[in-house]
Design a protein. Structure first.
Length: 154
C-alpha cells in the first residue's frame, strides 16, 4: 500500500539534494512500487510569510502517513523542520548542482523529548534515521516509510 509522505528540509541549502529523494518514485513502474506519494508542492509558500508556512505545513500533514525530515548540514537548526518530523534521512552525501557533498548535520530529533516513567526519551531514540546514499535510499525509501507508518500506528 502506498503511503502519503510529507518531506521537510532546509529549502535554501538542500533543495537540490531533496529533489532526487522526493522524485525517486518517478523511475519506478508506479507509485505503489515506490511505496509513497509525495504530498507537497513547496516552491511558492515561502514567499507568503511565517503564518502561511504554518498553514501550508498543517494542510499537507493532513492525510499523510509519515513525515520525512531530509537531514542536511543545517537542518537541525531550522524552525520549520522542528515543526514536523517522524523519519530522518541524511542527505549530506548527495551531490548538489555543483557536484559537492556536504558535512553531516546534527539529528534534529535529538533536541526534543517526552517524559516517560520519569525519564526523558528523546525523539532520536524513537524515530529512525537513514543515509540516502549509504543505506540505499533509492531502493528502500518505500520500506522506510512503511516501517515508520506502522511504528506510528497508521
Amino acid at each position: 500500500m502506498a503511503r502519503r509522505v510529507f518531506f521537510s528540509f532546509h529549502y535554501e541549502r538542500d533543495v537540490w539534494r531533496a529533489g532526487p529523494v522526493r522524485n525517486s518514485w518517478v523511475t519506478k513502474s508506479d507509485r505503489e512500487e515506490a511505496g509513497f506519494w509525495d504530498a507537497a508542492a513547496w516552491e511558492e509558500v515561502k514567499k507568503k510569510g511565517d503564518d502561511a508556512i504554518k498553514r501550508w505545513i498543517d494542510k499537507y500533514l493532513e492525510g499523510t502517513s509519515v513525515t520525512i525530515v531530509l537531514i542536511g548540514a543545517e537542518t537541525a537548526g531550522r524552525e520549520w523542520v522542528k515543526y514536523d518530523g517522524l523519519l530522518g534521512i541524511y542527505i549530506h552525501n548527495m551531490k548538489d548542482q555543483y557536484g559537492r557533498t556536504d558535512s553531516k548535520g546534527e539529528n534534529p530529533f535529538g533536541e526534543f523529548y517526552i517524559e516517560e516513567n520519569g525519564r526523558k526519551k528523546y525523539l532520536s531514540e524513537m524515530y529512525p534515521t537513514y543515509d540516502w546514499v549509504n543505506d540505499g535510499g533509492y531502493y528502500y525509501l518505500g520500506n522506510w516509510v512503511e516501517d515508520a507508518a506502522k511504528n506510528a500506528g497508521r
